[in-house]
Design a protein around this ligand. Sequence first.
Ligand code: SF4
Length: 339
Amino acid sequence: MSGRSVTALALFSGGLDSILACRLIMAQGIKVRAVRFVTPFFGDELLRCEDEYRQGVADKYGIDVQLRDVSDKYLEMLRQPAHGYGKNFNPCVDCKILIASESRVMLAEEGASFLISGEVIGQRPMSQRRDTLRIIEKDSGCDEILLRPLCALNLAETLPEKEGWVDRQRLLAFKGRTRQPQMALAASFGIEDYPSPAGGCILTDPNKAGRVRRFYEEHDEVVTADIRLLMVGRQFVLPGDGWLVVGRNEEENNSILALQQTGDVLLSMTDDWPGPSAILRHSGGVKDIEAAVGLIKRFSRKGVGRKNASVQWWKAGEEKVKELNLPVMEDGFFRDWKR
Ligand code: SF4
């Protein structure tokens, strides 16, 4: 197989390292197809604008990327990752194993012969140590076929190098936490506009990760729709066990309403009064609806609560809207209901 007829499949995170790994291999005349995996914890918003995202990456970096939603498998893995969690609820090693094994399965459908990733040895304390990189290869079934172009010269030769599909001399020996070599390489490719390295994964955010951890502790079954709802607004567990999520601004109000599922109760202030929208999931009945009404009025704009404002509520997918006017809930009353 000559270099020109070979295709590589790239594990693409969207960060600079993965962009550079693709470009380095493309510079050898090898075709690269990239795949960005998404879950409710990272990249989820891209599913709503996939075409624009793909076009943006192609225009900016010349990379052909597709999205792959692996939420179900990820949520299952997150309950008990074989290699444990990082500082928060982030199962980084198992996350990389899952992504590598999903990519391996995609090789045939993409007509690709090997995988590449932008990992750099020593860059992250948990998931990019030499021994961890080996674990990721082995546990994902990617031994020999996962090439890391940015640090390949610090690692053993892989199949594409041994077979001569990739010229090892033109690979790199990056290591450690410094970003300078990446920035210089980006400049050499004429890449100036790229995402900052920090952030992107909700499971590394102490507050949100804590919320997810508690949700796992409380539920035997966790599904994507619930995790999406868990990530927005003010969260309460009401006395009847109903789960109430209240928007904090217009954007969140819109997101919350877009997350409705059959069986949910939706609530918002009547048109005359500004205020939050909310979802009540797994409602415990009338008592929870009444509590939700009091809370919505509590979080409506100052002063509304003292007036004769009603809250509308209806069941998801149903036309019939009811109205309820109850007093504003006092702060001391719901302190223990916060999730
Ligand atoms: S930070 Fe998040 S996305 Fe990155 S490896 Fe860890 S769990 Fe996976």
